[in-house]
Design a protein around this ligand. Structure first.
Ligand code: 3HC
Length: 494
């Protein structure tokens, strides 16, 4: 089927972005909103987004006019009668979607494909509400739709296979890559992404680390385009909350229960970028009030200490004289003992003459140093550690002395989830990797990341997380465990 006239119902951030994507690909678009006010907001989204592209020199003014000229805006659903495809992007409430699809089924010609951009709701439930379930699919775009290169095409048990193929081809015409998947809550990306975002809010609530530090760790340490809190603000906290709820309903995994903090923010109307404030926004600029430490001597222990010692010595710090041994190191003289470790350091701290001087250091990539303070660490030692690593050119991420600190605690369960998803037969390794790279702008997909970190390291890290948090789904996926036991360094791709 040739898709030339496309309807988009709902012109919020996502719907307007989707309309822009179609119009840029030279399709004619009919944008539908509930009333004149919502329509004006939708027009505003389209004008601002394309206006920004003109300002940046990515589009000429004429091209922008052509794009906008291909979009007709209306409040009348009956204007969709001749559309070849209608994509729905209304709020994530199943009843609204079911009622809309019933309506569209009556309005559109019989061959029209009806697609939902739902983040996680059942495509099957929406399809079943129509007299054409074989021509109903999920067409899931990612925010910001004009930028992110993935479309998940969701087929149900009753979708005609040809329809999934046609929509995947259409995604290619839009400059996107399609990954075809079945109808499970969250599909590939949200099923892997949202639990990680939820977990980040849990770590913050537990006081393991602060918002800015967690964001910095994941952005600068892991190389993600955004930290979890900045991304939650982009996605919309209400959307994130809804998706988590749907995931929880399907899995009953308590990690998927939306964090109480999300609920509180959503109830307060703090929804992220769309409402002007979420985890970020409207906060007074923070004065740089951190007291500088007076400590100039340090000690470094643990595996790989030499490189950090070199960096700190080059920055003018003095290693304390009696620095060598792990136990009984000259902590008193040093003021701060940095213990390089990827596990909690309290057991090392208690072996020092002065346990208050020990701070765990976990280097993440070449830019971030997680600084783990134990229940015994003094404020002065914590400050000194932050100063030292800052002068050594690293970004300090203060955190509690907990398994996985921040980065491994967030990253490893996500990798584990990807292994379980593949092992359950839901999606191939290549599709999962492509989906995360293109849908979230990651440099590497989860399997590529697992292989570059080392399967054994991730497996062992998961064991440590499981041992500490006793969270059943932190236990290494059997496939990962078996590959490590078999001495494999890669996942078999069949
Ligand atoms: N609309 C249109 N274009 C936008 C945009 C928007 N809202 N935001 C950014 N852009 C464009 C810019 O114009 C720029 O284009 P150019 O390269 O042609 O000039 C490009 O994107 C890069 O933008 P910036 O330089 O301003 O900013 P960044 O380099 O920081 O990139 C980002 C911004 C693309 C949002 C990047 O941070 C990113 O990829 N973040 C991850 C986003 C993500 O994970 N999305 C998926 C969320 S999950 C989801 O949507 C599913 C849902 O169901 C919940």
């Amino acid at each position: 089927m040739a898709f030339e006239r496309v309807g988009v119902v709902g012109l919020g951030t996502m719907g307007a972005g989707i309309a822009e994507v179609f119009a840029r690909a030279r399709l004619r678009v009919i944008g539908v909103e509930a009333d004149a006010e919502a329509l004006a907001r939708g027009r505003g989204h389209l004008e601002r987004s394309t206006g920004r592209a003109v300002d940046k020199g990515k589009l000429t003014a004429d091209e922008r006019d052509e794009i906008l000229g291909r979009v007709t805006l209306t409040t009348s659903r009956t204007d969709l009668r001749d559309a070849d495809l209608v994509v729905e992007a209304i709020p994530e409430i199943l009843d609204y979607k079911v009622s809309l699809f019933k309506d569209l089924d009556g309005i559109c010609k019989p061959e029209t494909v009806l697609a939902t951009n739902t983040s996680s709701l059942s495509v099957t439930a929406v399809a079943a509400a129509t007299g054409r379930p074989g021509r109903v699919v999920g067409m899931h775009f990612f925010n910001p739709a004009p930028v992110m290169r993935l479309v998940e095409v969701v087929g149900t048990v009753v979708t005609e296979p040809g329809v999934v193929r046609e929509i995947a081809e259409l995604a290619g015409r839009l400059g996107k890559t399609a990954v075809a998947v079945g109808d499970r809550a969250g599909f590939v990306v949200n099923r892997l992404l949202l639990p990680y975002l939820n977990h980040a809010t849990a770590l913050m609530e537990q006081g393991v680390a602060g918002r800015d530090d967690i964001d910095a760790a994941m952005r600068l340490g892991v190389g993600l385009p955004m930290g979890p809190f900045a991304l939650l603000d982009l996605i919309g906290l209400d959307t994130a909350y809804e998706v988590m709820g749907v995931l929880f309903d399907e899995t009953r995994d308590r990690r998927h229960a939306p964090s109480p903090l999300l609920r509180e923010l959503v109830t307060a109307g703090l929804l992220g970028r769309k409402s002007g404030r979420g985890f970020y926004g409207e906060e007074p600029a923070r004065a740089e009030d951190r007291q500088r430490s007076e400590v100039v001597a340090f000690d470094v222990t643990g595996p790989g200490a030499d490189e950090l010692v070199e960096r700190l010595s080059a920055a003018g710090f003095k290693r304390s004289a009696d620095a060598d041994a792990d136990a009984d190191a000259g902590a008193g003289a040093a003021g701060v003992v940095l213990r390089l470790a990827d596990r909690p350091v309290i057991e090392h701290a208690v072996r020092l003459r002065d346990p208050a001087t020990m701070v765990g250091v976990h280097l993440v990539g070449d830019r971030v140093a997680e600084l783990a303070t134990t229940v015994l660490t003094s404020d002065e030692a914590a400050r000194a550690a932050a100063d030292l690593v800052t002068v050594a050119g690293l970004v300090p991420v203060p955190c509690k002395d907990r398994a996985g600190f921040v980065v491994d605690a967030l990253l490893f369960p996500y990798l584990n989830d990807a292994v379980r998803m593949h092992d359950a037969g839901y999606a191939s390794i290549d599709d999962i990797d492509a989906a995360m790279r293109l849908g979230c702008g990651y440099l590497a997909g989860p399997f590529e990341t697992l292989e570059s970190l080392g399967l054994a390291r991730v497996r062992d890290g998961l064991r440590a997380l499981y041992a500490e948090y006793r969270e059943p789904s932190f236990a290494p996926a059997p496939l990962l465990d078996q590959l490590v036991t078999a001495g494999a360094s890669e996942f078999p791709r069949r």
